[in-house]
Design a protein around this ligand. Structure first.
Ligand SMILES: C[S@@+](CC[C@H](N)C(=O)[O-])C[C@H]1O[C@@H](n2cnc3c(N)ncnc32)[C@H](O)[C@@H]1O
Length: 278
């Protein structure tokens, strides 16, 4: 335990007051996140600013809007990559994309919930585009819609620009890198053809208001792990409601279905935590 985290454990009242302040002033639903996560993140900022504890840090937030932005950015944990955990994408490619692209029904609707800077929805767009090119289903690709949502507006702006550091592609297979990215002034830009179906929107998952009426595929990876169990259960029930019958839910390696939620879905790929609505 670092000194700052340690002092927060002993200053529970100070921590609670800070949480109330952030919830009140920024609409961030602190009570639905795991305490330990929030304490760790806040301790990092307190240390970075050399503050003695929550109370002094709260004063810094009042006088420095930039520090408030830094704190919010730190609380939301925005780590991501294109094709992060390639095995999950390999499973999506073989088990999910053909089902979405070969069906004759309504155009596929995909929701990447907690998309950070957009690498996840764009990765799915590339897989769908590749499949469409190989299977002659371009019309279906052109009608597809992929929406990425997050509560971090800075991340969403970045996602819309679709220009990345090379390090964001460290898990991207070379053939996909060559086909869908071009070098641009020391950065890497995503080609227009795979950007077209992807849009971004601010949406708080803890508000349980889906950005689409119905989804054929929902990806929510490395997000619910930060939520309290009750919020996780409510969110999974919300995903279930939003999915069409037979729709897919991808939770990825880190998270899984717990308790009653297991009865709502059948496993499609156990290791990569891919499920289908019963
Ligand atoms: C670690 S990133 C995951 C990115 C991507 N899904 C992946 O696995 O690579 C977690 C994202 O969840 C977002 N997030 C956290 N709480 C959220 C909430 N209540 N509603 C929507 N997004 C949230 C954060 O802003 C962050 O961008």
């Amino acid at each position: 335990m670092t000194p700052a985290t340690g002092s927060m454990q002993s200053d529970d009242a100070g921590f609670r007051a800070l949480m109330d302040k952030i919830a009140r002033e920024r609409g961030f639903r602190c009570s639905s996140y795991k305490d330990q996560c929030l304490r760790r993140r806040i301790a990092v900022r307190i240390r970075a600013r050399g503050a003695s504890g929550c109370e002094e840090y709260s004063g810094i937030l009042d006088s420095e809007p930039r520090e408030y932005e830094r704190l919010m950015h730190s609380l939301t944990v925005n780590v991501t990559k294109f094709f992060r955990n390639w095995d999950t994408y390999a499973a999506i490619s073989s088990k999910v994309i053909p089902a979405l692209m070969d069906e004759a029904g309504p155009a596929p609707q995909v929701w990447s919930a907690g998309c950070a800077t957009g690498e996840e929805p764009y990765s799915v767009a590339m897989l769908m585009h590749q499949y469409a090119a190989a299977s002659g289903s371009r019309t279906r690709f052109n009608s597809a819609s992929i929406i990425g949502t997050d509560i971090d507006r800075v991340c969403l702006d970045h996602a819309e620009r679709a220009i990345y550091q090379e390090s964001a592609l460290s898990e991207t297979p070379p053939d996909i890198r060559r086909k869908y990215f071009r070098d641009e002034g020391g950065f890497v830009a995503l080609q227009q053809e795979v950007r077209r179906p992807v849009t971004f929107e601010y949406s708080d998952l803890l508000g349980f208001c889906a950005p689409v009426e119905k989804a054929h595929l929902i990806l929510c990876r490395n997000v619910v792990i930060y939520f309290q169990r009750a919020a996780q259960d409510a969110l999974i029930a919300h995903f279930h409601e939003t999915l069409v019958p037979g729709g897919f839910l991808v939770l990825g390696k880190v998270e899984t279905l717990l308790g009653d939620a297991r009865r709502l879905f059948t496993p499609v790929h156990a290791r990569e935590r891919i499920f289908r609505k019963c």
